[in-house]
Design a protein around this ligand. Structure first.
Ligand SMILES: [Fe+2]
Length: 294
């Protein structure tokens, strides 16, 4: 039942994007790729490069002192300006898609990830390594969410995210927080790989009922991509609210997020000299606060 209403929500999103003058590719009823206008992608590409370059420098933990084992460049107070600028350009993409009126709330923050061609052993050893097939709801993010990912640069053809479709008897109880991604293996085996490879300059919208995994082909190079997730009003009692309390605290309304850069900015108290924690449980890797812009 709930799959049908999830698909109907994707129908609504597709209609809104078409009304915005873009052409979504509906590669699966719960997966969409939208080619972004050149100027919009160029702006988010440039902002991503600037943030990545600001983060890159010798530090106690190597060349990327603020990188988690999963490749997330954790915002720190030294990189606040380029990070906030990057978030504004990401939100320009949301405005270009025209999907704002459908969005209830965002899971903050917005993440730039660098995925090297070879995963680090310490990454693969993590209970929630992105190289293990999963739903982000298993990491505690609300099952009512939709992911919005933008592949930005690098070898995206050989180093990307692959998506998996649920069977017709999908059940909402398959979602919700799990201590490890491997514990969802029995569910994952029921899913089917969707034959789709993303490209740079696309926005990828993926419903949380899909599973996904970081996929690298032999000889893959490095990739950089942006991602965040938002919830929509499902209006469906067969979709319960499955969210970890820590993640729930990190949610912000679309109106508040849309004001980033004008009425709000994100402030990060931790320094690059503070080590990136290896395991933060269900919390986001950076602590942050919302600061009103005078
Ligand atoms: Fe994920």
């Amino acid at each position: 039942m709930s799959l049908l209403s999830r698909i109907q929500m994707f129908d609504q999103i597709e209609n809104v994007i078409v009304d915005a003058g873009l052409w979504p590719h509906r590669v699966h009823p719960l997966l969409m790729a939208v080619d972004l206008p050149g100027a919009v992608f160029d702006a988010v590409y440039t902002a991503s490069r600037e943030y990545a370059m600001a983060c890159c420098g010798p530090g106690p933990a190597g060349l990327w002192p603020n990188m988690t084992p999963n490749g997330l460049l954790v915002p720190k107070k030294e990189f606040e300006e380029p990070y906030n600028h990057l978030v504004r350009r990401y939100l320009d993409v949301v405005r270009t898609l025209g999907i704002g009126p459908l969005i209830e709330a965002w899971h903050v923050a917005f993440s730039l990830r660098i995925k090297f061609g070879e995963p680090a052993d310490r990454s693969l050893a993590r209970p929630r390594a992105s190289e293990i097939i999963h739903s982000d709801s298993w990491a505690g993010v609300s099952n009512k969410s939709i992911g919005l990912m933008i592949p930005i640069f690098g070898d995206i053809e050989a180093n990307h995210v692959a998506f998996y479709a649920p069977p017709d008897d999908f059940h909402e109880s398959w979602l919700g927080p799990r201590k490890t991604y491997r514990s969802g293996g029995r569910i994952a085996r029921r899913y089917t790989r969707i034959p789709f490879v993303m490209s740079a300059s696309q926005a990828i919208l993926a419903d949380f009922a899909l599973l996904h995994v970081t996929e690298r082909l032999p000889g893959a190079g490095t990739r950089g991509s942006l991602d965040a997730t938002f919830t929509v009003d499902r209006g469906d009692p067969t979709i319960p609210d499955l969210v970890h309390p820590d993640r729930d605290l990190e949610m912000a309304s679309h109106a508040q997020v849309d004001g980033l850069g004008e009425t709000w900015r994100l402030e990060f108290p931790m320094s690059v000299d503070d080590p990136v924690p290896e395991d933060v449980g269900y919390k986001y890797s950076a602590s942050f606060r919302w600061v009103p812009i005078e």
